[in-house]
Ligand binder design. Structure first.
Ligand code: UDP
Ligand code: MG
Length: 314
């Protein structure tokens, strides 16, 4: 029987508080799963604390751990892409957060589903730990996303999951810079299986993704998987133009028939001008969202820059 190599890809940004615990739990997992060879690819996304040092020390102690250092903070999606691009010989890659909200103890179930034939395994959350504004934001995003795109993502999934080799290659081969992992994972297709788990609280430290960043990823997800905002603009334009024509005709006829002679309607005019101005500005904003993304794509800048890919570990 062949013993497959499984890479665990983990983006890390200012996580020195949880890293020791993460290492211990991963080591325990590796020891308990002799049917696989393991490798942990930890991508340091420009941390400003001691994270990179901790990972480097761990890599020196245990060659199954590897540090990929980015030259600055590029953001979670880019760090994830950098890690997946460096899983060279692995037969499958597990993607997970560093903060232990995705418990490593679920990984054997992901691997089992992969061994049963799935190319992509998504860990689905039976329970969520977010509350309040964050939770409301996630819910709003998922309901919008579900309505807008042709490649729906399971609302209870995040990054946590497993990609088989073919799926990794497909993902790595995608040319775009604005990446939204769950959306692309749905887009690339393949046979997909779900493994339910209970999302944990962050083991230590503070959330590293600001609300602003999450909002940006949400916009990336929506705009890169849907033309509906543009189409809605067209419909809106048609509707407003139709109304304008009808109202114009109405007043013209009244004028011609002599029903209305005095110059009135100041309030109506102001309302219409402001309303149309607002609609146009929204329209320009939506166009801008697409245009800005097109501009970013045509610049062809790399998604991230690797400062140090770690010494070859085998
Ligand atoms: N992260 C990253 N770069 C960033 C922000 C976060 O690589 O700019 C990592 C972070 O270290 C963690 C994962 O992305 O491993 C998820 O971040 P966090 O737990 O803050 O996000 P949330 O749980 O709120 O989605
Ligand atoms: Mg987290």
């Amino acid at each position: 029987m062949t013993v497959p190599l499984i890479a665990v890809v983990i983006p890390v940004f200012n996580e020195e508080a949880v890293l020791p615990q993460l290492f211990t739990r991963l080591e325990a997992l590796f020891a308990a799963q002799p049917g696989c060879r393991w490798e942990a690819v930890l991508v340091d996304d420009g941390s400003r604390d001691g994270s990179a040092g901790l990972i480097r020390a761990q890599a020196a102690r245990d060659p199954r751990f590897r540090l990929v250092e980015l030259s600055r903070n590029f953001g979670f999606q880019s760090a994830l892409s950098a890690g997946l691009a460096r899983t060279g010989e692995a037969a499958a890659a597990v993607t997970m957060d560093a903060d232990l909200q995705d418990p490593p103890e679920v990984i054997p179930a992901l691997v089992a589903a992969w061994r049963d034939g799935a190319d992509i395994v998504r860990a689905t959350r039976r329970t969520r730990s977010e509350t309040g504004l964050r939770r409301a934001g996630f819910d709003l995003f998922h309901s919008l996303y579900g309505r807008l795109t042709d490649y729906p993502i399971e609302p209870n999934t995040g990054t946590f999951g497993l990609l088989g080799r073919a799926a990794i290659e497909a993902f790595n081969g995608l040319p775009e810079r604005h990446r939204f992992f769950p959306g692309l994972r749905a887009w690339i297709g393949f046979q997909t299986a779900d493994v339910p788990y209970d999302r944990q609280e962050r083991a230590a430290g503070q959330p590293q993704q600001s609300f602003h960043r999450l909002a940006r990823y949400a916009m990336d997800g929506l705009f890169s998987f849907s033309y509906l905002p543009l189409r809605l603009l067209t419909y809106c334009g048609l509707f407003v133009a139709g109304m304008g024509f009808a109202v114009g005709l109405f007043f013209a006829v009244r004028r011609i028939l002599g029903v209305e002679t005095a110059a009135t309607g100041f309030t109506t005019l102001v309302t219409l001008v402001l309303f149309l101005g607002g609609v146009q500005l929204i329209g320009i904003g939506v166009l801008g969202e697409y245009l800005g993304r097109i501009y970013d794509e045509v610049k062809h800048r790399p998604q991230y820059i690797v400062k140090d890919a770690g010494k070859d570990r085998r």
